[in-house]
Design a protein around this ligand. Structure first.
Ligand SMILES: [Zn+2]
Length: 202
């Protein structure tokens, strides 16, 4: 069984095909110059839930996948009118035009959280090299606690200045409160937290 470049596992042909499909879907919306690289942990398990997957009429996106689309629209300063009828292609095009690109440390789904942590640890040097030689972003935003493991490697790689951290000085996380002000106007969402962190830089 071949070894997958995306996740390091011994996999079947279908796994490789799905990985290539994700790469192709993401490439369509990859900006020539990446201004802000948003690096998550690993893509979702179902192909239809992948951020760059084409919208489908008969298959509904999961709630998490729809939520991510909306959060990243906020990051990109894109107005999303309603949730169910969000024209996905339009959001993705706007996101690309703004110089934003979403990529994952591990390029294949890793359903088990503990395993994810181990795989990210193992792949960390590869991920850093991929950022340096392929993405070459101006700024980097990390999403997820496992991906925070990469932070110590950014300094020796000369990437530390590009890194935009959360108010806690780490990777951004879902459902994290900014605290302090106690405001309930939605400023705590992942998208708005990232948006305010990058606003002064863009
Ligand atoms: Zn893989």
């Amino acid at each position: 069984m071949p070894l997958c470049d995306g996740c390091g596992a011994h996999v079947d042909d279908a796994h490789i095909r799905r990985r290539i499909e994700r790469l192709e879907q993401a490439t369509r919306f990859r900006p020539i110059h990446i201004k802000v690289l948003i690096l998550g942990e690993a893509p979702p398990e179902h192909a239809r839930d992948f951020f760059y997957a084409p919208p489908s009429d008969h298959e509904l996106r999961s709630h998490t996948s729809q939520a991510l689309l909306e959060e990243l629209a906020i990051v990109g300063g894109i107005k999303v009118v309603s949730t169910a009828s969000t024209p996905k292609e339009a959001v993705l095009s706007e996101f690309q035009r703004g110089g934003f690109f979403l990529a994952y440390a591990i390029e294949c789904p890793v359903p088990n959280e503990r395993e994810l942590d181990q795989v990210i640890r193992r792949f960390a040097p590869t991920v850093v090299r991929r950022i340096q030689s392929s993405y070459r972003p101006k700024h980097i935003v990390l999403i997820g606690s496992a991906v925070a493991r990469l932070i110590p490697l950014f300094d020796p790689a000369g990437l530390r200045d590009k890194l935009i951290l959360s108010s806690e000085g780490s990777a951004f996380r879902y459902g994290q409160r900014t605290g302090g002000s106690g405001s309930s106007d939605g400023n705590d969402s992942l998208g708005s937290r990232i948006h305010s962190a990058i606003a002064s830089l863009l």
